[in-house]
Design a protein around this ligand. Structure first.
Ligand SMILES: [Cu+2]
Length: 332
């Protein structure tokens, strides 16, 4: 009976473990860039060394148990022998293992944080409660919550924060780095292959910390250049009467105080830049897919999807909502 129970619980435990693997979309061990590869191989080294030490200790423990049984009454160790065991097992071997670990770690740290990399692209990322402001100083682009990078090219990220401490983490591409108000930290990011990599805030930063995520979109060089060229443009004017009406509303209501749409009078900086809102895959820091339904829901009641976030609810009539939607959807 008891053994059946034990087998059952072990099976359930394993199922949970495997289920976790299947669900988890990102893992530091699935490295997709050079820095992440070095960190992943360091993890395996540490795991291997830890397992080796553990198995060694268990082997000696077993040996001691077997001996204690065999020698009745137990033979007392000679004073010299005991000292030898304590000296070797308690000082020499741990020192060797720890120095090796220290060396491996230092090597990895140096490897993932070069002083400079030729041909690097510079991007500034600022943390806000609870979204990410992204600027490309050389390309004169400002966007939010989605970082486009050319695959295979080193990217120099200048991280800072405009309110509390956040932490920038794209598990498949690199380790975590804090974003601190009044200080700039540098993180070198590089994606080996084109792809979408999910990032998160890794430092508790308030109510909606868990919904402060973002995407890194790595593209071939030409696709990145085309994206940058589109992003650099100011917003195209509204295409039809409804969108025109929506733009009027956007500028008259509080929206324009918090959001920038380049090419219009809207120049607020409290919320994400909306100039090319429709080019992004998600809304509200990778919380919602960027669909018409989610956009409408967000504008009508932003506190529903992300309670406590810094965008207030606005009272809108049905027509006003449709006009605003038409306008926002013209921001391609
Ligand atoms: Cu945060």
């Amino acid at each position: 009976m008891v053994s059946v129970r034990i087998v059952q619980s072990v099976l359930i435990f394993l199922a949970c473990l495997l289920g976790g693997c299947a669900e988890a979309p990102v893992s530091t061990l699935q490295a997709k860039g050079p820095a992440a590869s070095r960190i992943a191989s360091l993890s395996w080294w540490l795991f291997g060394l830890g397992a080796f030490v553990y198995l060694g200790v268990m082997a000696f423990l077993l040996l001691a148990l077997v001996r204690a049984r065999r020698d009745q009454p137990p033979a007392l160790a000679q004073a010299g022998e005991a000292t030898k065991v304590v000296f070797l097992g308690g000082a020499v071997i741990p020192a060797v293992v720890l120095v090796a670990v220290f060396g491996l770690t230092l090597g990895t740290l140096r490897g993932v944080a070069p002083a400079e990399a030729p041909g690097a692209l510079t991007i500034e990322v600022a943390g806000h409660q609870w979204w990410w402001e992204i600027r490309y100083p050389d390309e004169q682009i400002t966007t939010a919550n989605e970082i486009h990078i050319p695959a295979g090219r080193p990217v120099r990220l200048q991280l800072h924060s405009l309110d509390v401490i956040h932490s920038f983490w794209v598990p498949e591409l690199h380790g975590k780095l804090d974003m601190i108000p009044g200080q700039t930290n540098i993180l070198w990011l590089q994606a080996g292959e084109p792809g979408e990599y999910r990032g998160v805030c890794a430092e508790f930063c308030g109510l909606q910390h868990a919904k402060m995520a973002f995407l890194v979109v790595a593209e071939p060089a030409e696709a990145f250049a085309a994206w940058a060229e589109r992003e650099r443009q100011p917003a195209a004017g509204p295409a039809d009467a409804l969108a025109e009406q929506g733009q009027q509303l956007f500028l008259e209501m509080a929206c324009a105080d918090c959001h920038t749409v380049r090419g219009t009078a809207a120049a607020g900086t409290l919320g994400p830049d909306l100039t090319h809102l429709m080019s992004r895959h998600t809304l509200a820091a990778a919380t919602l897919a960027n669909t018409r339904g989610n956009l409408a829901g967000w504008i009508v009641d932003p506190q529903h999807a992300k309670p406590g976030n810094l965008m207030p609810q606005t009272d809108l009539s049905g027509e006003q909502l449709l006009a605003l939607l038409a306008y926002l959807e013209s921001l391609r």
